[in-house]
Design a binder for this molecule. Structure first.
Ligand code: IVH
Length: 228
């Protein structure tokens, strides 16, 4: 199953129009500004391979470095293969301790993930936050988060909301942005019911059952002075 992007929106009306197309509640999670990562566990429960998103279908093998992320379990109590998707990120508190070679936590995390020496990679202090469990046939997003947590993953913070509560949920993240120990660049809303996600299907770019309400403020005007 390809790792796709998310559709973006910038206002409540677009969010409401999106949510009008499916049944059931909505799950809200912060859009963590890290590096998308897929971790596959085999039928024997062992962590087999971890990959970056890359093109969506072919990523880079980062297994050695992911095995050294302390909050990634190396074995699961399972009897059929499972894939956990999430974001590898660098906590702001860990970024603050590094001598500033990189511009921001996301670039630092990307660099550390691609680092050839696993000891150097581990020294950076990467963490993993899970946002999806693929292959178990769970029926709701809330069940996926509960399962991921039961296996020892750190699930991304999640809240079940009605449609009327979505804008206020987004506003709360805008207000709390400075308190979180990780950078976020939006708030993700997703149909809680997996059967509804399946019914909505995908475009070539994104699943229709999810949308990212982007945060403002990271953008600005730039003056292009010259092109050589
Ligand atoms: S749900 C598209 N939830 O955002 C598949 N994605 O623009 C559904 N991301 O590469 C993904 N935080 O790695 C989801 N709470 C979150 C997320 C999240 C960050 C990333 C994801 C993907 C990108 C899509």
């Amino acid at each position: 199953q390809s790792m796709l992007s998310l559709e973006k929106c910038y206002d409540e009306q677009t969010l409401l129009d999106w949510a009008a197309k499916f049944e059931g509640d909505v799950v809200m999670t912060p859009k963590v500004d890290g590096c998308a990562c897929s971790i596959r566990y085999g039928a024997d429960g062992r962590l087999e391979i971890a990959a970056t998103r890359g093109s969506g279908s072919v990523g880079e093998d980062i297994t050695g470095n992911v095995l050294r992320i302390p909050n990634v379990p190396t074995r699961l109590p399972i009897t059929s293969p499972v894939e956990i998707r999430g974001e590898v990120y660098l906590p702001l508190s860990a970024f603050a301790k590094l001598a500033g070679e990189f511009a921001n936590p996301r670039n630092t995390a990307a660099g550390a993930l691609k680092q050839k020496d696993p000891a150097k990679s581990a020294a950076v202090g990467l963490r993993f936050m899970a946002y999806d469990v693929v292959g178990l046939g769970l029926q709701t997003e809330l069940e996926k988060f509960a399962q991921a947590a039961a296996w020892g993953f750190e699930p991304v913070e999640h809240t079940l909301l009605s449609r009327a509560e979505m804008q206020a949920g987004y506003d709360r993240y805008v207000a709390r942005r400075g308190e979180l120990d990780y950078e976020i660049d939006g708030v993700v809303f997703r149909a809680n019911r997996v059967d509804e996600q399946v019914r909505l299907g995908f475009t070539s770019h994104h699943p229709r059952g999810a949308i990212a309400y982007k945060l403002q403020g990271e953008s600005g005007l730039t003056i292009l002075r010259d092109v050589e």
